[in-house]
Design a protein around this ligand. Sequence first.
Ligand SMILES: *Cc1c(COP(=O)(O)O)cnc(C)c1O
Length: 433
Amino acid sequence: MKFENSLAFAQKMDEQDPLHKIRYEFSIPKMPNGQEEIYLCGNSLGLQPQLAAEYVNRELNQWASLGVKGHFSGDFPWMPYHEFLSEGLAELVGAKKEEVVAMNTLTANLHLMMVSFYQPTKQRYKILIEDHAFPSDHYAVESQIRFHGYDPDDAMILLKPRAGEELLQPQDVLDVIERHGDSIALILLPGVQYYTGQVFDMQAITQLGHQKGCKVGFDLAHATGNIVLNLHHWGVDFACWCTYKYLNSGPGSVAGCFVHQQHHANEKLPRFAGWWGHDKSTRFKMENKFKPIHSAEAWQLSNPPVLSLAAIRGSLDTFKKAGGIKPLREKSEKLTGYMRYLLEVQLSDCVEILTPEEKKYSGCQLSLAVTLNTQSDIQLGKKIFDHIEANGVTGDWRHPNVIRVAPVPLYNSFEDVYHFVEILKQSIEINRE
Ligand SMILES: *Cc1c(COP(=O)(O)O)cnc(C)c1O
């Protein structure tokens, strides 16, 4: 694709973009002057789809008018409400309907999955994660290891980039699995790394992990709704993701979970159980003999939090209106490609893009480090970040020195990208003096 550095070009791209109109299905935050923000923070909290508000209100109204009868009444009764989400979630992660469920929150699901899929033995007791894993994932893994009576210093293998590098080389990840696989019980890696935006080769990791006898799970917090996933086909054992980032379902909304079909009939798997995981036909006999549903739903604990699930349903229907993840990803490659192009032609001397360029290894997010040598780069990076924010750009700052920006194909435009780079350029010029 041949890009041009001009507002007219960005506007032409928007006119020709068949997905541009989906933007109007979202509420875009405004600046005090009434202008729309340039919102590039969908990697942290996705914007509100109007359908989310509509569906939540609808359930509030059901509750007001029906009380307890809402469990069984209307087109979307509460009792099986989570089932209305399976198809949309399955499409986004490349799974069968029975393999996904919306329940709990991300970190809680990681724990529940480790209860079932981290079964350490004397020979095989280690967990492979990245050195720079998201803290919650690190704590979850560390505490699971301790819970089983092992020492994290010994049982956690931390993947580190080579000295002086920010990214993990894909081959290095596989080499570690090749070398240590026999002692690894569980590989738990991200689909997309939250700090650098790097995409992991989930298929290759799963394949080699399984060859070595390890279980393989992924944290897809930054991957679901961002890149194309094929969890069933790749043979991944389990995956967890939140729904408030690229799934636009609201702060703290209920998370998603995938368990591969091959594990569904295994009633011997250890698990922390609750009544909502019990066979539906006998659940209300209240007999206290746990019989797991033969699907991902078996890992549910409680009856579904309908208000949060209603927002997710609104979000999933909005993805459907856009034609699903594949056309969105196609647009995303252009949108992020355009941002990369503008940064490279204008700011290559002072903005380093940490995110890999190759499409296989990147999603919509770019992680930028400002590298002027005149002041302490870290202070400068933060100053520039504050300046772009004051000028209408919402991105996010990640300690120690990264500005993360994520043009999201559902609601960001090429014009957003153009204006962002202009504002960043001005901020750098002002702070350079
Ligand atoms: C966002 C994110 C989390 C947040 O966890 P919650 O349980 O939803 O608070 C955890 N891990 C990763 C990798 C994330 O990106």
